[in-house]
Ligand binder design. Structure first.
Ligand code: 13P
Length: 304
């Protein structure tokens, strides 16, 4: 997009934002220009907390559907807009509530922990949610020894390796993180032998095993800020590199692979945000009975 067009959209967004008492939240994977106009950029946990705490009347959620849905679950009195309706999460779509109910019947003793990358219906059917930032704490907070963890089998395996609980895994995965292979990490390490390797816990265990740390997106940002190291290989969606560079101008960042792009996260543009605010679209709507039960799972997580 040329600069004058971009400026026009930014101006429009600023105008409409004031008029409509709006806050713009953006995930760390969003396009750089979206991160730059957002009121808060963060990871899933950070954004859901912020969404619950804000006194804005409208939240424009620049992320994927489950994130905007979490904001709407926690704040029914606010209008939550997802600028692009098609911005879904393939991982969240890898389980239906019917499938979860069946699995629960087969495992009546297990506590159901659902990754926040899931639909409101799945959250409603779970005992507690978790994000990649608090998964270990959430699992350890439960009295049950058996954990039915949905829908991310890779995050599940990572949490199982860090806790003493017995896990039942689901077969879901994030296609973006799944495509990152141990060969990619080995190649990147060879090219940048001084660099620390930071990956997301949605990666395969074989990738995590080669990394210095597996962290949520905010965890990666915090780690880099505090680290004495000057170079970092980043094993998560590349959108985070914009913020890493902005906050650490003297450090160097290398994506662990050129394929680390989440297509859904890239659907939102400045034009879409301006249109979203102008037309107040697309409103997240959740049936009240589901919302209330999903809120319990999210609140239980936020209390941990
Ligand atoms: P974070 O909670 O670490 O930001 O991760 C969200 C996500 O969807 C990763 O793919």
């Amino acid at each position: 997009m040329n600069n004058s067009k971009e400026d026009k959209y930014i101006e429009k967004i600023r105008e409409l934002k004031k008029e409509r008492k709006t806050i713009i939240l953006a995930h760390n994977y969003q396009r750089p220009e979206i991160q730059d106009i957002a009121d808060l950029v963060g990871d899933s946990l950070d954004l859901s907390r912020k969404a619950a705490a804000t006194d804005a009347e409208v939240i424009v959620f620049c992320g994927v559907h489950f994130m905007a849905e979490s904001a709407a679950i926690l704040s029914p009195e606010k209008t939550v807009l997802l600028p692009v309706r098609e911005a879904g999460c393939q991982l969240a779509d890898m389980i239906t509530v019917q499938e979860l109910r069946k699995k629960k019947e087969e495992n009546p003793q297990a506590a159901v922990v659902c990754y926040v990358n899931s639909s409101a219906e799945v959250k409603a059917e779970s005992d507690i949610c978790c994000t990649s930032a608090n998964g270990i704490g959430v699992v350890n907070s439960l009295k049950e020894n058996r954990i039915l963890f949905v829908p991310d089998g890779h995050l599940g395996r990572y949490l199982a390796s860090k806790t003493k609980k017995e896990f039942i895994f689901w077969k879901g995965f994030c296609p973006t993180h799944y495509n990152l292979l141990s060969e990619d990490i080995l190649r990147a390490k060879e090219e940048h032998p001084q660099a620390k390797v930071l990956v997301h816990p949605e990666c395969r265990l074989s990738v995590i095993d080669l990394a210095d740390e597996a962290l949520s997106t905010n965890g990666i940002l915090e780690y880099v800020k505090k680290s004495e190291a000057k170079e970092f290989i980043i094993g998560t969606e590349m959108g985070i590199i914009h913020r890493l560079k902005k906050e650490n101008p003297n450090k160097k960042f290398y994506p662990a692979s050129e394929n680390l792009i989440c297509p859904s996260m890239k659907l939102i543009t400045l034009k879409e945000i301006a249109q979203s605010l102008e037309e107040m679209r697309y409103k997240i709507e959740i049936p009240e009975e589901i919302r209330k039960r999903a809120k319990k799972s999210l609140n239980r997580m936020l209390a941990v």
